[in-house]
Design a protein around this ligand. Structure first.
Ligand SMILES: [Zn+2]
Length: 568
């Protein structure tokens, strides 16, 4: 057999021992990028590129056309909320591993709801003149290391780490425990903050940036449509929209409180955060970080994470089919276009990589669907608690049995769950009462969720991946498609106009796009999830993640083994 045929036969048999064919024509291994940029667009549904992308010409368009785009990317777990999503993106693991099961959960030891970033051992540091009023925040509850903290511990201080967002949980879950600058915004008083978990004093470049660029410069500006009016889909007066205090449901949206309010107040900061101005501001802050810290120009690989929050706030207020959502995305496209042009000029297009994803999607406004005869709605958690207490009081006598019901997670007072599992008749009655509530689909108990590593039942499997025995509820309730839980009493239409947090496709499907140095552009139909970004960035940076539920998106990388990429 001629050498070529023999080698081909062996190679086809899957043996990789023969000399590689055609290696001479392979491009040389790419140089390791100097800057890894991670962009999270909070609440960006996977279908928004197709739904709203026609008018984009900036950064989102550049990623869509020139990136490695995963068309079937989705979260494989149930509780699609901000803290869980950002922790998954940051660590490459699912909530069952990283422990961020919700934005806040019932703490059985202290008998109260704790937020995922609460930390009494740290305190807030504010920029500007105001004093921070909130509790201490840190990523201390995160049970898995982030890519960024592994980068720092394996590559040393030569790798700089910056994470920025309007939300504390978003910035901290992307950064993890070790970072140079982690900054977020407090809408109550308009302060930019960091934590003693990261630094004992203000960063000088941020201090000067916030002084030179006060958010209050946008006081009395007006959010107007970016595109021609005829480019907008759907209605500007969508049924069931719930705009912030100072706005009407339709454009324009002035950032102008009542005439007697002469200085920026909480209403102004809330509206500002829910406008494209906040995304543009965050991008300018990111550029200032690149400039002042020299990101992408040092000896190591630097990491810049930015989570844009405006879309989430706008989506909650106006729903996914609104002029406002279309507009905030068109503005973000322009903002990112400017940011990439800045990186091209300062870092060089051949020196940086961008990953773009989202922490979750969003459901349509249920009232809009109901009007069209679609089964949709809100499940008020207090109603379920009321029914459970009624059944238990009837069986066991007067008492208070439920500690708290947060979204999918229902927590009983100490001893109640164990007693319930030992009393089959009462548990059956409780279960029936829960399932009789309109919109509730399934009920799972702790043992069922924790037993066995896998399940053929896709809903149970996704619940398992969101479940942590110390932090999750005793029982987990899942809503039917197009229904969601609201933790509110029954007055008016409770909760935000639209929300997320389930394992249904409109909540789980999000973009996953890689772009830039060493990335092979194309459309990839293979299964992927945002948990794949951290392992992929680890491969690009030449480090190892000790834990990962995600995989390296190796097919999108030029050169099959990024570990062999050149360190220039
Ligand atoms: Zn949200």
């Amino acid at each position: 057999m001629p050498m070529f045929r023999k080698c081909l036969a062996i190679c086809l048999a899957g043996v990789l021992l023969c000399p590689p064919m055609g290696r001479a024509e392979d491009p040389p291994a790419p140089a390791r990028p100097k800057l890894l940029v991670l962009l999270v667009v909070d609440q960006m549904r996977g279908d928004y590129f197709e739904l709203y992308g026609k008018n984009w010409t900036g950064g989102l368009a550049r990623l869509y056309k020139g990136g490695a785009r995963y068309t079937n990317a989705a979260y494989p777990y149930f509780n699609t909320v901000t803290c869980a999503g950002h922790a998954t993106i940051g660590t490459g693991t699912f909530p069952a591993t990283h422990g961020m099961v919700l934005n806040g959960w019932w703490d059985r030891k202290s008998n109260r709801v704790v937020s995922c970033t609460d930390d009494p051992h740290s305190s807030l540091i504010g920029y500007g003149n105001g004093k921070p009023t909130g509790n201490g925040n840190s990523p201390g509850k995160l049970l898995a290391p982030t890519f960024a903290s592994e980068l720092r511990s394996q590559r040393g201080a030569g790798s700089r780490i910056v994470a920025l967002s309007l939300k504390a949980r978003s910035a901290m879950m992307l950064a993890g425990r070790m970072a140079d600058a982690v900054t977020w915004f407090e809408t109550d008083n308009g302060l930019w903050l960091t934590s003693t978990a990261y630094t004992q004093e203000r960063h000088s470049f941020e201090d000067s940036f916030f002084r030179a660029n006060p958010v209050t410069a946008d006081f009395r500006r007006t959010w107007i449509r970016r595109l021609e009016k005829k480019s907008y889909q759907f209605s500007d007066r969508g049924y069931g929209e719930k705009p912030p205090q100072m706005w009407d449901v339709s454009f324009p949206h002035p950032l102008r409180p009542a005439p007697e309010v002469r200085t920026p107040d909480k209403d102004f900061y809330t509206a500002w955060a829910s406008s494209p101005f906040s995304d543009a501001y965050l991008a300018r802050l990111a550029e200032a970080a690149v400039e002042h810290m020299g990101l992408g120009k040092g000896n190591g690989t630097d990491f810049l994470a930015v989570s844009f929050s405006a879309l989430d706030l706008v989506g909650h207020n106006f729903g996914p089919r609104s002029h406002e959502v279309q507009d905030v995305l068109a503005s973000l496209d322009a903002t990112l276009g400017g940011m990439f042009a800045y990186l091209d000029r300062t870092v060089g297009a051949q020196n940086y990589v961008v990953a773009l994803t989202s922490d979750h999607g969003v459901a349509d406004i249920p009232e809009q669907l109901k009007k069209n005869g679609v089964d949709a709605g809100r499940v008020v958690t207090n109603d379920i608690t009321y029914e459970i207490e009624k059944v238990l009081t009837k069986s066991w006598g007067q008492g208070k049995y439920v500690a708290r019901h947060l979204y999918t997670d229902l927590y009983f007072n100490p001893g109640v769950y164990e007693r319930l599992m030992a009393d089959a008749a009462t548990w059956k009655a409780v279960r029936q009462a829960i399932l009789a509530t309109p919109g509730v689909d399934r009920v799972f108990v702790r043992e069922e969720i924790l037993s066995g590593p896998e399940s053929g039942d896709p809903i149970l499997l996704s619940v398992k991946r969101s479940y942590h025995p110390e932090r999750s509820g005793d029982i987990i309730l899942t809503p039917k498609p197009r229904w969601f839980f609201v933790n509110a009493s029954r007055s008016g239409t409770p909760g935000a106009a639209a929300t997320h947090g389930t394992g249904h496709p409109y909540d789980t499907r999000v973009p996953v796009i890689l772009y830039g140095a060493g990335i092979r552009p194309g459309v990839y139909a293979r299964a992927a999830s945002p948990a794949d970004i951290a392992p992929t960035y680890a491969a690009i940076a030449g480090i190892k993640m000790p834990k990962a539920d995600g995989r390296v998106l190796v097919e999108a990388l030029e050169g099959s083994r990024p570990a062999s990429w050149r360190d220039d």
